[in-house]
Ligand binder design. Sequence first.
Ligand SMILES: NC(=O)c1ccc[n+]([C@@H]2O[C@H](COP(=O)([O-])OP(=O)(O)OC[C@H]3O[C@@H](n4cnc5c(N)ncnc54)[C@H](O)[C@@H]3O)[C@@H](O)[C@H]2O)c1
Length: 358
Amino acid sequence: MKFAIIGCGAISKQHIAAALNTGLDVVALCDIVDTGIPALLDMLPEPQRAAVKIYKDYKEMLPELRPDLVAIATGSGVKTRIALDCIAAGANLIIEKPIALSLADADAIIDAAKAKGVKVCICHQNRLNPAVQAVKAAVNAGRFGRMLHGSARVYWNRDKAYYDAAKWRGTWKSDGGTLMNQCIHNIDILRWLMGGEVAQVFAYTDRQTHDYIEAEDIGLALVKFQNGAYGVIEGTVNVYPRNLEETLTLLGETGTVRAGGKSLNVIEEWKFADADDSETVKARFGENPPPTVGLGHTRVYRDVIDAIQNDRAPAISAEDGRAAIELILAIYRSAATGKPVELPLKDGATVDYQGRFA
Ligand SMILES: NC(=O)c1ccc[n+]([C@@H]2O[C@H](COP(=O)([O-])OP(=O)(O)OC[C@H]3O[C@@H](n4cnc5c(N)ncnc54)[C@H](O)[C@@H]3O)[C@@H](O)[C@H]2O)c1
C-alpha cells in the first residue's frame, strides 16, 4: 500500500514509525519547509529511503504518486483543505486530531469521504491502548451497571518554548487552546466510554498564565449525557513545573475504574460487583509501556489498513472526530456565553472565539 505523509513536524516520526511497523510503502514526504525531512529520512530503511520522493506541494504529489493512504499531520488549521484534496484524489486518510476546527469543516470531510468511498480515521490513538480497551470491554459487557459519573482530568504543563516552536499553536484560527489540542484525547475517551451522547454542557475557560497565546490554557466543564450520567472535564497546561496527572475515572452503579499513567496506559482502580478481578487487571496494566516511537500510532495504522482491506469503518471514524470537537466547541460556547449549551450543535468553530481573552 503506497503511503504518503503531509506535514513533517513534531508528530510525524510517530507516523513514519507506524507506517514502517505495518509494512506500508512510504512513497512521499511532503512539507512546505524541509526542517523535519532529514529525521524522517533517517528512519527509513533502504531501499525506501532512496525511493521516497520529497514534495513541498502535496498537490503535485497526489496525481504523480496516487497514494493509497495519506497521513495529514500539519498544524490543525490547514488540515481540512488538504483532506478534501486528498479525498478528491481517492486517498484514504489518517488525520491527526482534531479532525478540524469547525463543524462545517468536519462535515465537509465526512461527506466528501462518503461520496468518494474512502476511509477516514482520526488519530485519537489512546482509544486503542490495551488498558483503555479493557475498560471499553467492561463497559460493553455491562459491568458498570447504570453509568453514573465520569471524569477526565489533564493536569499538564506547556511552556513558552512549546508554543514558540510552532506559531499556529494556541491560536484560534489554527489550533484552539488546551481543550482542543492536549485534552481532546481524554475528552473523546470520556464521551466514548460513558456510553451516551452528550445532552448539555456548562463550562468555564480562561487564559490564566499564557498571555502569549490567544486561546484557553484551562477549561473546566460539567457534562450531562443523554443517558442521565454526568461528566467532569478538567484540563489545564498551567501546572508547575511539569505534567502532573492524566486520569480517567468512571463510576457506575456496580463498577469503579480509574485509569492513569502516561496516556491512560495504567489501571489504578478496578472494582466490579460481578467478579473480583482487580488484582489480575491491575497487574496486567500496572506500568507504563517503555517509550517507543510509533507505539500508539501503530495500533491506529493496523486498524486502518484492515479497514481498507476489508471495506469496513475504521475503529476511530471521522464521525468520532466530529463528536469530540462538537463537545469542545460546546464547552467554548458555554464558557463564552456563561450559559449551559445543549447538544447537538448546528454549527461552531474555534474562530468564533477570536479576541475572547484579548
Ligand atoms: N495524536 C497525538 O497525540 C498528537 C500529538 C501532537 C500533535 N498532534 C497533532 O498533529 C498535528 C501536527 O502537530 P505538530 O506538533 O507535529 O506540528 P508541527 O508544527 O511540529 O508540524 C506541522 C508541520 O506541517 C507543516 N505544514 C504546514 N502546512 C503544510 C502544508 N500545506 N503542506 C505540507 N506541510 C505543511 C509545517 O511546515 C510543519 O513542519 C496537529 O494537528 C496536532 O494537533 C497529535
